[in-house]
Design a protein around this ligand. Sequence first.
Ligand SMILES: Cc1cc2nc3c(=O)[nH]c(=O)nc-3n(C[C@H](O)[C@H](O)[C@H](O)COP(=O)(O)OP(=O)(O)OC[C@H]3O[C@@H](n4cnc5c(N)ncnc54)[C@H](O)[C@@H]3O)c2cc1C
Ligand code: FES
Length: 262
Amino acid sequence: MNKPVSLRISRIVEEAEGVKTFYFRHHIEASPGQFLMVWLPGVDEKPVGVSYQDEASFAVTVRSVGPWSSRMHALEVGDILGIRGPYGSSFSLEGELIICVAGGYGAAPLAFLAEEAKKRGLEVDFVIGARDESKLLFRERLGSGGVNYLPATDDGSCGHHGFCTELLERRIQERSPDKVFAVGPEKMMKSVVTLCERYGIPVEVSLERYMKCGFGVCGQCCVDDSGFRMCKEGPVLDQEKLKKVKEFGEYRRDAAGNLVRF
Ligand SMILES: Cc1cc2nc3c(=O)[nH]c(=O)nc-3n(C[C@H](O)[C@H](O)[C@H](O)COP(=O)(O)OP(=O)(O)OC[C@H]3O[C@@H](n4cnc5c(N)ncnc54)[C@H](O)[C@@H]3O)c2cc1C
Ligand code: FES
């Protein structure tokens, strides 16, 4: 485990309504898919995926939904946060053409993955679903980095009119990708996995479960029936591991361990 550090926010980018990226001038060695525990003094500590990394800096992208994340959104450049990690499993790049499928802030870890894939010379299709054009994340950042940015919107205001899984199926038929990576609502990831199985394409997803310690000791994030800890054996799981997780796409547990159906 890396030593926790206190870091000042060096830059804040408003990506879309309710979504901000927080940059820090500090070197970490995260692999795409891994997460950090981000402590907001006096409020709480939460797991957040790494959304950007270069030699000198890294970033996390946070959607404002509740007490911790809304307080994050009130922070300014120069404010201090406690960071520990990176933790968890990461995505495995293979082949020449990959497709990332992103829903909501699931675009954050996948943007980091897409940039890493481009550095290694892979071609990347980035299929992203949103309610409308204003909610699409990382369009300029990924487009200018040579990623094929393929939006799907519920209202048809940008790109494919409909579900991102429809767009994914069309791209699979046209391009036969070597691998698919999905992060977003669990029902969406379940559809992506079913689709990839039908076409015989390897797939990896990132499964979010309620986390407390973040490094494998408290047992809070274990999933049925495997007992895999999502902060240690996850959050990134491949098809083989997913087959052992019967709750995938069905239910999760809240902070008190109560079962919550999707
Ligand atoms: C591996 C992983 C990566 C994540 N990456 C991101 C990210 O890149 N961007 C982002 O905005 N959020 C991310 N999250 C979610 C984030 O940790 C918080 O859950 C979220 O910010 C809500 O916290 P809140 O107090 O504002 O809202 P709350 O109202 O407390 O919670 C809103 C939702 O978040 C869930 N949640 C709350 N606390 C936790 C926790 N400790 N662990 C897991 N889920 C929790 C709740 O069950 C609820 O469904 C990630 C979670 C995990 C497990
Ligand atoms: S959060 Fe404690 S074991 Fe995963």
